[in-house]
Design a protein. Structure first.
Length: 256
């Protein structure tokens, strides 16, 4: 359960013996920090509230006119409760009494969970990516329901484990900026997420121009461009500097 919410709690009573019939149900509901009783919203026909103690969280329900819960039968009693901010765990106690004046009690502790899952994308890091990219990371939560991986809002993977691994083939995407988002949800609806922004670049650099800077000993001799892909330089040149221009927005490296 989450705090700052209103819930309907269904208490189902089943008579699983052959002795008598259940004619009275005594329910103790949570009154701890953050719990507030709103109303009894449903119960079997011909059952009434015998007593209601709001200060102590006790409600006694009684069947009338012989309309009891017989052997093998079940009945549901529904309560509306509001959980305030940072509500404590709550304990429900249900005591059933049969016509032979025998009773049985069942207790249930309701946990309050306001903690969102922690999500961490470990790879890739923000920046440029290409080819096959692994989207890896971890999710931490005691009551995890599901995580999903989305790329620019489109879901590409989901799971329930504490780790996520998805192989993203960026070659099937156009070169552009993409937002990788991993969102985890727990069983009560708390959400946590992590996001990484990457730039897909699968386009090879294109050579635009090569210019040779020539030296005669330590004296600059000028720039030379190719003629029919051939560089013609004077025989007196003792050193050259190669300047290449490429069409690419990213950083480049290479060898000559």
């Amino acid at each position: 359960m989450k705090s700052d919410a209103t819930y309907i709690f269904d208490v189902e009573v089943t008579h699983n013996t052959t002795l008598g019939s259940i004619h009275m149900v005594n329910i103790t509901y949570p009154i701890g920090d953050g719990w507030s009783y709103v109303d009894l919203v449903d119960m079997p026909d011909y059952w009434v509230i015998d007593s209601l103690d709001l200060a102590n969280g006790i409600i006694v329900l009684r069947g009338t006119g012989g309309h009891f819960i017989g052997p093998g039968q079940s009945a549901t009693f529904s309560f509306k409760m509001t959980l305030g901010s940072s509500a404590d765990p709550g304990v429900w106690n249900v005591m059933c009494i049969n016509t032979a004046m025998q009773n049985a009690t069942v207790s249930l502790t309701v946990e309050v969970d306001d903690t969102a899952p922690t999500v961490s994308i470990t790879t890739p890091s923000a920046g440029r990516v290409s080819g096959a990219v692994w989207i890896n990371g971890t999710v931490t939560d005691d009551h995890l329901k599901e995580w999903t991986i989305k790329i620019n809002g489109t879901q590409v993977a989901s799971g329930t484990t504490s780790e996520f691994n998805y192989k993203w083939d960026t070659t099937s995407y156009t070169d552009a900026t993409y937002v990788i988002n991993v969102t985890a949800t727990d069983i009560v609806g708390n959400e946590g997420y992590d996001t990484v922004i990457v730039e897909v670049d699968n386009t090879a650099p294109q050579l635009i121009e090569i210019v040779l800077g020539a030296f005669e000993d330590s004296t600059w001799a000028g720039n030379y461009t190719p003629t029919d892909d051939v560089f013609w330089i004077p025989g007196s040149v003792t050193g050259i500097k190669i300047n290449a221009t490429f069409s690419d927005a990213g950083s480049l490296s290479g060898n000559v």
